[in-house]
Design a protein around this ligand. Sequence first.
Ligand SMILES: Nc1ncnc2c1ncn2[C@@H]1O[C@H](COP(=O)(O)OP(=O)(O)OP(=O)(O)O)[C@@H](O)[C@H]1O
Length: 357
Amino acid sequence: MNLDIRFRQDFPGFTLDVDLQLPGRGVTALFGPSGCGKSTLLRCIAGLNAAPSGRCVVNGEVWQDGPHSLPTHQRRLGYVFQEPQLFAHLSVSANLQYGRQRTAQAQQRVAWERAVELLGIGHLLERRTAGLSGGERQRIAIARALLTSPRLLLMDEPLAALDQARKNEFMPYLERLHRELDIPVVYVSHAPDEVARLADHIVVMEGGRSLASGPLAETLARVDLPIRLGEDAGVVLEGVVVERDAAWSLARVAFPGGCLWVRDGGQEKGTTVRIRILARDVSLALSPATDTSLLNSLPVVVDQLADDSHPALALCRLRVGTSSSLLARLTRRSAAALGLEPGQAVWAQIKAVALIG
Ligand SMILES: Nc1ncnc2c1ncn2[C@@H]1O[C@H](COP(=O)(O)OP(=O)(O)OP(=O)(O)O)[C@@H](O)[C@H]1O
């Protein structure tokens, strides 16, 4: 189960040149600054851009092999754009019907009721799409894409047109798709919070190339990428809610290697959650601090030190237990004062932990 994706395409002043082996399940985020080629790559995968030297194999289905390329309508894919492309004169139901009609009955793998329920649009079916909110329209666009029973779902910044409040409402629907449907998704975004919350695998792009491609947690913990991620550098950890403290509205999340207190997000004990810790929110000490307001202090081992984007700053990767990592951003002066070096045991003090889903 994998996606074999290789394209080279020249444009005036820009070349897309990627060679990627991506997992054939889960969400892969294409992440990078504006103009780095994310949408162009998505268009190549969809066959909307003709890249004659490309190769695109989706879980064994060959969509392109050099000049032999299936036209887009013969590729079993769903494409969700930034702005939902719905038929304004038709009802929601008729829009969905359009998606389903495109797929032969024998190939239909996502039932109507399932798509409607997953995206929470049952109450909208008889409405015309023109009067709906941006978030509702986007949910309908996704349901319509699902009803084509795609082998691959391509999403090009589906949340970009929504404000933060609408994004927060929308995100759980994407998480449900991820959890409950076995359709691989390639998801374009330049929003680190979205990537941290949704992705299993990340491709970091710059200037038409892939700088890094790997599992989310591992890739975000690399010290050579935070320079590109700037203020957003940080790790994502997956853990389980093990305790809830109603008196202080806090929850304790256990992850491989330790436990952290976070603001209680309402999840039941036993729920798997993701937490995000930015490098700038982690400071280091040689002993466990007791006279501090910080809730979270973890014993860690210095793994790697690297220069950061500014000559005053350093990035430090820390091992927590045997399989988790943190990043800390600190001044080089502080690193020298603490005498930091790989293998050293120190304490990580964590100013903020965001529970992201
Ligand atoms: N058909 C085309 N003709 C000329 N240049 C093109 C064409 N398609 C893409 N490009 C160029 O490729 C580059 C990458 O564009 P692309 O839209 O893929 O970036 P992106 O990472 O998706 O950006 P954004 O996040 O802003 O959407 C840009 O410089 C763009 O001008």
